[in-house]
Design a binder for this molecule. Structure first.
Ligand code: SF4
Ligand code: SF4
Length: 340
């Protein structure tokens, strides 16, 4: 992140705007990945699930996304799902309109279908492909978006790989480096990002890392990034995985991002995971990267996070109410006392 980006984000926050917007553009996905938070029963607060929402298609989808973008005026937009490429025709129409607005656009997909070739040369457009580990594990977890299919569908593109480290990967020594080495060698891969699986509070699953595995994952990434520079994980961000934000209100990422689901009304809170995420085990790389920015001391004195927190308070005074045609249902996550 450049200093100019921080300043621009800060200006927006003071004016009551969140610099980042994430939209689940469709409720549909052809995959059924174990551990997928979007389809967890609590993702939208427990009253309704993503698959039950009324989502949009065709011109309604294009108009709905542009309406949200024009209302929230983000600097950065993430199009997620479900899988956004389920609506690739709508996205092909939408993308030039977003580029015209000068914002950064990130499309997160499993690459189960071909990435539109025109996106490669669009300014400020990034395609992020999610991969669940090495071929043998990924192909099992992410059928039909297998390695072979992904390699075919990203051919000739500029791609960022994102992988979430799950407990199963940490059972085999050398797994992370083998993964990073495979994708680093591909010419279409520009960057590799790694998150760590984030559970809901009280959840138990094989995807969750033990504290020792988490520490080892961080130590390994510290070394791998030096041997494979496509792994774009700054040491200061990696260190944050060992002391994640205490709560959503301490999480700069959660405070700076609006996440809206596929009916273009339902807000996902307290962050993109929805439900009641366990911040103490958070593994979101975006949250860690912003936490690292927050630790930076301006003029060597004041941590940026204190300036951001004060600015959020000012910004809330000026925050625009919701778009007139977007009656927002905001599910309330449980408090710690309620959850106990
Ligand atoms: S591709 Fe993404 S949205 Fe679809 S099931 Fe897998 S993790 Fe969930
Ligand atoms: S789970 Fe992670 S991203 Fe979500 S609010 Fe907590 S610290 Fe932030």
């Amino acid at each position: 992140m450049q200093t100019s980006d921080i300043l621009q984000a800060w200006k927006g926050i003071l004016a009551g705007r969140r610099p980042s917007l994430s939209i689940e553009v469709t409720r549909e996905c052809p995959l059924r990945c174990p551990g997928c938070y979007a389809y967890e029963p609590a993702h939208l607060g427990g009253l309704v699930t993503l698959r039950e929402l009324n989502d949009s298609k065709g011109e309604d989808l294009v108009a709905g996304v542009l309406r949200l973008v024009d209302f929230h005026q983000p600097l950065h937009l993430s199009l997620v799902g479900g899988d956004p490429l389920v609506r690739y025709r709508e996205l092909e129409t939408l993308m030039p309109h977003l580029v015209e607005r000068g914002i950064f656009v990130q499309v997160v997909t499993s690459a189960f279908r071909q990435i539109p070739t025109a996106w490669k040369d669009m300014p400020r457009v990034k395609v992020v492909v999610s991969i669940d580990g090495l071929r043998e594990d990924h192909d099992e977890r992410r059928k039909p978006a297998t390695y072979d299919r992904i390699l075919k569908n990203i051919d000739g593109q500029r791609i960022t790989i994102h992988s979430t480290i799950v407990g199963q990967m940490m059972k085999r020594p050398g797994y992370l480096e083998e993964f990073v080495a495979f994708w680093s060698a591909r010419p279409e891969i520009e960057k590799i990002w790694m998150s760590i699986f984030t559970p809901q509070r009280g959840a138990e699953s094989p995807e969750i890392l033990t504290p020792d595995e988490r520490k080892r994952a961080v130590e390994e990434m510290m070394g791998i990034r030096l041997r494979h520079p496509k792994l774009e994980m700054h040491a200061s961000a990696l260190r944050q995985f060992l002391s994640p934000p205490d709560s959503p209100k301490d999480c700069i990422f959660a405070q700076t991002t609006h996440t809206i689901s596929a009916d273009f009304k339902t807000k996902i809170t307290p962050c993109q995971f929805g439900g009641d995420p366990d911040c103490s085990q958070c593994g979101c790389m975006a949250s860690m990267a912003l936490a690292a920015v927050g630790e930076h001391r301006l003029g060597g004195l004041i941590p940026v996070k204190h300036i951001f927190q004060a600015s959020f308070a000012v910004g809330r005074l000026f925050e625009k109410k919701e778009a007139p045609d977007a009656a927002v249902t905001e599910p309330k996550p449980k408090t710690r006392a309620e959850a106990a």
